[in-house]
Design a protein around this ligand. Structure first.
Ligand code: PEP
Ligand code: CO
Length: 470
């Protein structure tokens, strides 16, 4: 860092040339949406300084490997699966929920690989998905108004002035919890746990009686048979399937947190946000003139942006121009989240505008965030059928436009929660209270997530057949 020695030229040199007017702090001059109001600037500064010298959570090598894979997904060679909690909780930094989440992501990715015949990029909304945008800055109960809960990185859920006041020490705790989570996940995926020879280790006990578990187990058996056959024919054991790549992502909402983990690295130029492999800009913070777009335009990582109703084609092209001015492959992922009732009107003009401008993006469907509704009794939920319908429509719209849907973004958990209605087991609104745990958005439970993966895989398989048949 800044030792004055000449650096070998790396590909991100190009970015430095364009980024003369950008610094890691230039976002501080722009309007900051969804800001947490810290009462004590000096305390925030102290935490920021402490974090700025701690080791980073991911490396630029991993980030560059991901960029190459996302570029391949853009070309239709790979498929992206993003999934995890709406909001990770510090208290869930425990072995069981992490293993369960990893299991369902591995299961879903295997089903998708089987359906697509394509390798799947696995990306968990984890190890940093701790900050949440809210529709209102405050929450009022019984005449008392307090700051809204903004995720464990910022404040606490309890409804008291102490709990709701943003506390900068939580940034440091978030960093530590992310590090613990990542350390555990890395150990699992690089060791025997990820071994495809033993995909049965990923089975979740309570999912054994799930209505579609037979379909899943059939796929596992077929994959194991194919592996065994290949190993018999080649006469060697396929070591490559014993470990796998796994990437992390989160919404880059707290720019204090992201900036503290943004560094230059040896032998590359440009600035990397080393809190995660893939940060994304949320639907509420994607103002092209706002602080979040300013910060992330200067970051070397591949980026996501959530887009939905209310975004015009011109504004989308402006966002693309700011975030990917050189039209680099693998740099920009557009994650659309319209809702089953709005995607048919909302998505086609955006796909057409991007196609006409000839811009390289990876299109991903988030079928969750446009489909949130509140039941008569006041419970936030999502219907399995709406989620499924949005995915089906997304495939149709991209297909009709000569574009490609290259990934899916789910909110899911590895546990047997009751937060979304529907699915093969037919969970009803009355059943939602049995095990509703999310503090923010409702997630697919493990059975619903697997069923959704099976449906997407089936759809991708039939797309593949259509293509081959002309
Ligand atoms: C989220 O992903 O949890 C989220 C808040 O999404 P969006 O920005 O699309 O509303
Ligand atoms: Co959410």
């Amino acid at each position: 860092m800044g030792d004055g020695r000449p650096r070998p030229r790396a590909r991100s040199d190009r970015k430095d040339v364009m980024m003369e007017d950008w610094t890691p702090t230039s976002w501080r001059e722009r309007p900051l949406a969804q800001a947490a109001r810290y009462p004590d600037d000096a305390a925030l500064r102290a935490v920021f300084d402490a974090m700025s010298v701690l080791p980073t959570l991911v490396t630029s090598w991993e980030i560059e490997a991901l960029r190459d894979q996302l570029a391949a997904a853009q070309r239709g060679e790979l498929f992206l699966l993003q999934g995890g909690d709406c909001a990770e909780r510090f208290a869930d930094c425990r072995a069981e929920p992490i293993v369960a989440k990893l299991k369902i992501l591995l299961q879903a990715s295997m089903v998708l690989s089987y359906g697509t015949g394509r390798r799947v990029i696995r990306m968990g909304r984890l190890a940093g998905q701790y900050a949440k945008p809210r529709s209102s800055d405050t929450e009022t109960r019984g005449g008392l108004s307090l700051p809204a809960y903004r995720g464990d990185l910022i404040n606490q859920t309890d409804f008291s002035p102490e709990a709701r006041t943003p506390d900068p020490r939580r940034l440091l705790t978030g960093y530590e919890r992310a590090a613990l989570t990542l350390n555990f996940v890395r150990g699992l995926v690089s060791g025997g746990f990820a071994d495809m020879h033993h995909a049965e280790w990923w089975n979740l006990d309570f999912a054994a009686e799930a209505p579609l578990s037979g379909d899943y187990l059939g796929i596992v058996e077929r994959i194991k048979d194919s592996l065994a056959l290949l190993e018999t024919v080649t006469g060697r054991r396929l070591e490559e399937v014993r470990r796998l790549d796994f990437f992390t992502c989160h919404e880059g909402l707290s720019l204090d947190y992201e900036q503290a983990l943004t560094r230059r690295v040896p032998r590359r130029t440009g600035w990397y946000d080393l809190s995660t492999h893939f940060p994304w800009i949320g639907n509420r913070t994607r103002d092209p003139g706002g602080a979040h777009v300013e910060f992330f335009r200067g970051i070397a990582n591949p980026l996501g942006v959530k887009i939905g109703s209310g975004l015009g084609s011109d504004e989308l092209l402006e966002l693309i121009a700011r975030l990917n001015p050189r039209d680099e492959e693998g740099r920009l992922t557009l994650i659309h989240r319209f809702g089953a009732g709005r995607i048919a009107a909302g998505l086609p003009p955006l796909v057409e505008a991007v196609r006409r401008a000839g811009k390289k993006v990876l299109w991903v469907c988030d079928p969750m965030h446009g489909n949130t509704l509140t039941t008569a009794s006041g419970i936030k939920t999502r219907r399995f059928e709406d989620i499924r319908s949005e995915i089906e429509q997304a495939f149709d719209i991209h297909h009709a436009a000569g574009s490609l849907l290259g990934g899916i973004h789910f909110e899911l958990t590895g546990e047997n929660v009751t937060e979304c209605t529907g699915g093969a087991r037919g969970l009803t609104e009355d059943g939602l209270t049995a095990r509703y745990e999310s503090q923010v958005d409702p997630r697919l439970n493990v059975e619903q997530a697997l069923e959704m993966a099976l449906l997407v895989a089936r759809r991708l398989k039939s797309n593949g057949r259509k293509k081959k048949g002309g």
